[in-house]
Design a protein around this ligand. Structure first.
Ligand SMILES: [Zn+2]
Length: 148
């Protein structure tokens, strides 16, 4: 991954920033400069909701070499609270715990690194919201996460 490309994509990677068409209202994520529906170039930045539901998903067993450390991982199509669909990697869960319609939320996680001493890249991933996880029956504190 080129560092300059990654820096250009920081707003979408860290804040889920997309673009909304001022003409027809279509929201695009990743952001686009031209609306795919009406061809307008009147696109304004919009920060998308950080939660939604799983529409569908697949488990990736054969992956590109730079994603080997995450294998197997889950790719899901998520419908955000505003109706926008995004494709995302799921984290903090196993495939057998995923159900269609499950509530998920955005978190920031490592996505890649340039070699052992190189830059570590972070971006959004989604995870099941904590209320959906198995009940903590042995009375130990439930792990808390920072929200995005
Ligand atoms: Zn449009």
């Amino acid at each position: 991954m080129h560092v300059s490309k990654f820096w250009r994509e920081l707003p979408q990677r860290y804040r889920l920033e997309g673009k909304r068409c001022s003409q027809c209202g279509k929201v695009c994520f990743p952001p686009r400069d031209i609306c795919p529906i009406c061809n307008s170039n009147q696109m304004t930045s919009v920060t998308l909701p950080k939660s939604g539901k799983i529409i569908t998903y697949t488990v990736m067993h054969t992956v590109p070499s730079h994603f080997e450390i995450f294998k197997p991982y889950i790719i899901a199509l998520v419908q955000l609270e505003d109706g926008t669909h995004i494709t995302t990697q799921l984290t903090d869960c196993k495939p057998e715990n995923i159900t269609l319609g499950m509530d998920v939320e955005a978190v920031i996680r490592k996505i890649n690194e340039d070699g052992r001493d190189g830059i570590i890249y972070y971006s959004y991933k989604f995870r099941p919201v904590l209320k959906n996880l198995k009940k903590n029956t042995d009375k130990k504190p439930i792990l808390q996460y920072d929200s995005v």
